[in-house]
Design a protein around this ligand. Structure first.
Ligand SMILES: Cc1cc2nc3c(=O)[nH]c(=O)nc-3n(C[C@H](O)[C@H](O)[C@H](O)COP(=O)(O)OP(=O)(O)OC[C@H]3O[C@@H](n4cnc5c(N)ncnc54)[C@H](O)[C@@H]3O)c2cc1C
Ligand SMILES: *[C@@H]1O[C@H](CO)[C@@H](O)[C@H](O)[C@H]1NC(C)=O
Ligand SMILES: *[C@@H]1O[C@H](CO)[C@@H](O)[C@H](O)[C@H]1NC(C)=O
Ligand SMILES: *[C@@H]1O[C@H](CO)[C@@H](O)[C@H](O)[C@H]1NC(C)=O
Ligand SMILES: *[C@@H]1O[C@H](CO)[C@@H](O)[C@H](O)[C@H]1NC(C)=O
Ligand SMILES: *[C@@H]1O[C@H](CO)[C@@H](O)[C@H](O)[C@H]1NC(C)=O
Length: 499
């Protein structure tokens, strides 16, 4: 019966769309009316007039955001299939969302779309062997960490509590534990995926292995992950962490980044150690110039961290603080907690210009800082911007063969990104874009290479396919072939699309 209805709708679609010339509110309502009876009991359809609509469609950045005619808040994995099938029947574009932190401008291609809102798919089932958990596709990082922590387990997730587990893992998944276990995507064992025609398939090393390769790095392009069997690990006994925070005036830049190069040690950074050094404007440190905010996140006691912290103190920071914590407490101490800045949604444009590198070039680092400093002073509307220098341990990341997943830049040790933030204003967007591209060009020149790697989860959308997915010809050829095979109608071509 259902098949019959779908066929019928399929046949009618050109008429419905043709009549209006484009997607309309009526189409969305007709779609929803038909879909309703095929959804599970706890699923909800939300229209723009509902108070819950904005809650389900808010964005971390509204630059290049998608626009939706209707939200389908799915409650079961089958609901995802059903929604995709009916959206196709009505020729409505669709986009899965969960954490709402995706911020590439290609998302603006979703116009009058169906938001397949995954937030209710948030179950974690630890498996009997204790080595994997089945985790659903819409869960937040914090929910994963909490559920595992309760049973003495942990894994690799992004550090921000309110991004989804899946969003980061589709393109990489950097997190505190990556030095020990690899990236988020390295934890995938088996994926349940809904394809563009609404069918569900299993994807693993044994089932659709080529697609499994592609999902881990170019994952936004192939389907909706409804659940994943994910690797989990025992929390070591007596586990404790130290988060030390330093603020430096800009004249210390060369000494700070010289020391950070020693910590990074060309990829040999100890798994206990990770740091972030941010450039930002903080009048309490320096009213005139941008300054450096540095977080050292160490797995161990303050004493154990002291070989590193003592060197950071010796550089003469303006302020120092240090706090012991357990693993779930790190997010709050690094401003990634669920009630903090990283988790706020507002009508703000945030344009990010990532680049992966192996070590800091102090000349380039100074030039990039100067440009950032200049533009955030010249344009006060950009003065809330932050330039991230992320230094995770990469030991386990680099032990995994580089060709075994679509993640293209295992050889890089550091992730840099100028993150501009401004009120919606095309002029400021333009200033931010020009500054971001110029900063990235400086950083690329500093590597001595002409090939740029731009972490696909951070990109603004000004990059090439090779910047996103790698410069080896075979990678791009393989991704294109898999795209034609598994997403021939380009239903998943809104986030860093393979074309
Ligand atoms: C404040 C902040 C902190 C961050 N921290 C980290 C970090 O620590 N590590 C890191 O690696 N990255 C980090 N990121 C980048 C992050 O990986 C991306 O922003 C990611 O896209 C967020 O996913 P989301 O679910 O929150 O966003 P959404 O906007 O909901 O989704 C992003 C994209 O993923 C797709 N998607 C989401 N869920 C699924 C699914 N189940 N199946 C298929 N497609 C899906 C969506 O369709 C969309 O295209 C951070 C970003 C921000 C803004
Ligand atoms: C949506 O609503 C829920 C419950 O009312 C709330 O906890 C959550 O923070 C809201 N989410 C967003 C993104 O506003
Ligand atoms: C700001 O930085 C410039 C160099 O970039 C320097 O000349 C100036 O003294 C700095 N201002 C303050 C207040 O430190
Ligand atoms: C920023 O750079 C421009 C161009 O080099 C220069 O004219 C201007 O004085 C600089 N402004 C600041 C605040 O440093
Ligand atoms: C940014 O500029 C605004 C307006 O000029 C000012 O009120 C605010 O304090 C500035 N913020 C920073 C961090 O410099
Ligand atoms: C560092 O960057 C500068 C350009 O800013 C470049 O001239 C120099 O060659 C780079 N140094 C190394 C070691 O690559």
């Amino acid at each position: 019966m259902r098949r019959f209805i779908l066929n019928l709708l399929g046949a009618l679609t050109p008429l419905v769309i043709g009549a209006s010339g484009s997607c309309t509110e009526e189409t969305a309502r007709a779609f929803a009316t038909e879909l309703q009876s095929s959804l599970s009991e706890n699923a909800r359809i939300i229209f723009p007039e509902s108070v819950d609509f904005s809650n389900a469609t808010v964005r971390w950045s509204t630059y290049g955001q998608p626009t939706f005619a209707v939200v389908v808040e799915v409650a079961t994995e089958d609901d995802v299939s059903e929604t995709v099938k009916f959206a196709n029947a009505y020729a409505l574009p669709f986009l899965a969302t969960s954490g709402h932190h995706g911020a590439i401008k290609t998302l603006a291609g979703v116009n009058c779309g169906v938001n397949i809102y995954l937030r209710k798919l948030n179950k974690v089932e630890v498996q009997a062997d204790g080595q994997t958990a089945i985790i659903q596709g819409g869960i937040y990082t914090r929910e994963v960490t909490d559920a595992l922590w309760e049973v003495g387990k942990w894994t690799v997730t992004g550090v921000c509590e309110c991004t989804s587990l899946m969003g980061p893992a589709l393109g990489g998944g950097h997190g505190w534990n990556q030095g020990r276990y690899g990236l988020g995507l390295d934890q995938f064992v088996e994926v349940n995926l809904v394809l563009g025609d609404g069918s569900s398939i299993t994807v693993s090393d044994d089932s659709n292995p080529e697609l499994f390769w592609a999902l881990r790095g170019a994952g936004h392009n192939f389907g909706i992950i409804t659940s994943v069997r994910y690797r989990i690990y025992d929390v070591p006994k007596d586990n404790t962490w130290t988060v030390a925070t330093y603020k430096y005036t800009q004249d210390k830049l060369e000494s700070v980044f010289g020391l950070l190069n020693e910590f990074t040690a060309g990829g040999e950074q100890p798994i206990e150690l990770r740091y972030w050094a941010d450039f930002l404007r903080d009048a309490s440190v320096d009213p005139a110039n941008a300054s450096i905010l540095l977080f050292l996140v160490y797995e161990g006691t303050e004493d154990q961290a002291s070989p590193y912290t003592s060197q950071l103190v010796a550089l003469g920071p303006a302020t120092v603080s240090s706090q012991p914590t357990d693993y779930p407490g790190i997010a709050q101490l690094t401003l990634n907690g669920k009630n903090q800045g990283s988790c706020t949604y507002s009508d703000t444009h945030r344009l990010r210009f990532p680049i992966g590198i192996r070590s800091f070039n102090l000349t380039a680092q100074r030039k990039a800082f100067n440009l950032f400093n200049n533009v955030t002073q010249t344009y006060p509307g950009l003065n809330g911007s932050v330039f991230l220098n992320e230094g995770y341990s990469v030991k386990a990341v680099q032990q995994i063969p580089p060709d075994s997943t679509a993640y293209p830049e295992r050889f890089n040790n550091l992730l840099l990104s100028a993150n501009f933030r401004n009120a919606p204003d095309p002029f400021l967007d333009q200033v931010a874009t020009e500054a971001g591209l110029a900063i990235r060009a400086i950083l690329l020149e500093g590597t001595g290479s002409s090939e740029m790697n731009t972490y696909v989860n951070y990109v603004v959308g000004e990059e090439t396919l090779e910047d996103w997915y790698g410069h080896e010809e075979w990678r791009i050829a393989k991704l294109r072939a898999l795209k034609s095979k598994y997403d021939p109608d380009h239903k998943f071509s809104f986030y860093a699309p393979i074309q």
